[in-house]
Design a protein around this ligand. Structure first.
Ligand code: ADE
Ligand code: ZN
Length: 375
């Protein structure tokens, strides 16, 4: 009864801007988001606002158009990360961290995201002189307010930058130990440098011993993608892989991931590529098709957004809509992505069951999403 009431409230209050029933269904679907970088949630307009507020007179960009033009210099992951670090350098105070996170939470709540596991990169901030304590204080306050005012639950995942040293990773893990109540796991991001993943094995062991859950990015179609996935499963003992679509290249790896119930968070929206400033349609197609093939292969795969703010790309609701439209997937297939997300979430079993029940009730009560009628 309580669940039904909650569902009716949800259906009535989530503002969905949808052109057809399927879009309305997907935007209103109760969803988890498990692959979102805090640093990638900042939108160009917010970059400018915060730069002005912090009196950064030497910040070289004066308009959203100029920032978007700068984003056009991102041609691959290393150049993207250079632009990314430059733009997010405007975030300095606890309030800045709070506000960027809250803007993201408000935005995705409108797409009925109910649970978020959010990556953050403390090394990127401490390297430019922002204390770890400032970062986590802003994120902690945003997490609390998102729960209290939006009914949105968020937990954090500390990411180690793969282009920084393992010693630095370990030092940041130690800083994070007192925040284990809100940091539930560790992961890796930034470009896959030589020695990945083996050189992170000791820090992952330490993280596991301290009770953190484990995931790692394994980027798409790069040299050594398959070996990196294998070594992340073996050497790092990860439970999830972020991206990781090259698992499909090796039947033995598919079997191993299926057996271990490895979760995959596939994020098809990418800004850089052949047409700077627009979603890379080749990459989108590649990853969306891979996500569907992973589903068909019985892998635990969900859809995600990655860096929607800074890339001016798609938040997770829009990723669902675009994936469905691109591949003409059924409502049941789209629901499977959301269901898998809750299933692989690092939540206590009872909380997981509650989200899954909410999802089931929504699906049961939404009349024929596949019909052509306008909403
Ligand atoms: N940092 C932000 N997004 C990333 C991604 N998709 N891969 C690696 N590092 C990232
Ligand atoms: Zn990512």
């Amino acid at each position: 009864m309580l669940l039904r009431l909650l569902l009716l409230v949800l259906l009535a209050t989530v503002p969905v801007h949808a052109a057809n029933r399927m879009q309305q269904f997907l935007l209103g679907l109760p969803k988890p988001e498990l692959h979102i970088h805090f640093e990638g949630t900042i939108e160009p307009g917010t970059v400018l606002e915060i730069a002005r507020r912090n009196h950064l007179d030497h910040f070289p960009y004066g308009s959203v158009a100029e920032i978007q033009q700068r984003m056009g210099d991102a041609k691959d992951l290393p150049s993207f990360i250079r632009v990314y670090e430059e733009l997010l350098s405007v975030i300095r105070t606890e309030d800045d961290f709070y506000e960027v996170a809250m803007r993201y939470f408000r935005r995705v709540r409108q797409q009925n995201v109910v649970y978020v596991e959010m990556f953050f990169d403390p090394q990127m901030h401490t390297a430019r002189g922002i204390p770890y304590a400032t970062v986590i204080a802003g994120l902690r306050r945003a997490r609390q307010d998102a729960a209290a005012t939006l009914g949105l639950r968020c937990e954090f995942i500390l990411c180690f930058n793969r282009d920084r040293s393992a010693e630095s990773a370990l030092a940041h893990l130690e800083k994070a130990l007192p925040d284990r109540d809100i940091i539930i796991g560790v992961g890796t991001d930034n470009p896959e440098d030589a020695g990945f993943p083996a050189r992170f094995a000791p820090v992952f062991q330490r993280a596991a011993a301290a009770g953190f859950r484990l995931t790692s990015h394994c980027d798409v179609d790069i040299k050594g993608s398959g070996e990196n996935i294998r070594d992340c499963l073996g050497l790092l003992q990860v439970e999830r892989i972020d991206h990781g679509v090259n698992v499909l290249d090796d039947p033995a790896l598919i079997a191993r991931a299926r057996e271990k119930h490895t979760g995959f968070t596939v994020a098809p929206a990418l800004l850089y590529g052949p047409a700077p400033g627009a979603v890379n349609t080749f990459y989108f197609d590649r990853c969306a098709r891979a996500a569907k093939a992973m589903l068909d292969a019985g892998l635990l795969v969900t859809l995600a957004s990655d860096d929607p703010g800074i890339m001016c790309s798609q938040y997770v609701g829009e990723v669902y809509v675009a994936t469905q439209a691109r591949l003409d997937l059924s409502a049941a297939e789209m629901v499977a992505f959301a269901r898998n997300g809750f299933a692989m979430a690092w939540l206590p079993a009872a909380d997981k069951a509650r989200y899954l029940a909410l999802l089931d009730a929504y699906v049961q009560h939404f009349p024929s999403p596949e019909s052509a009628a306008a909403p």
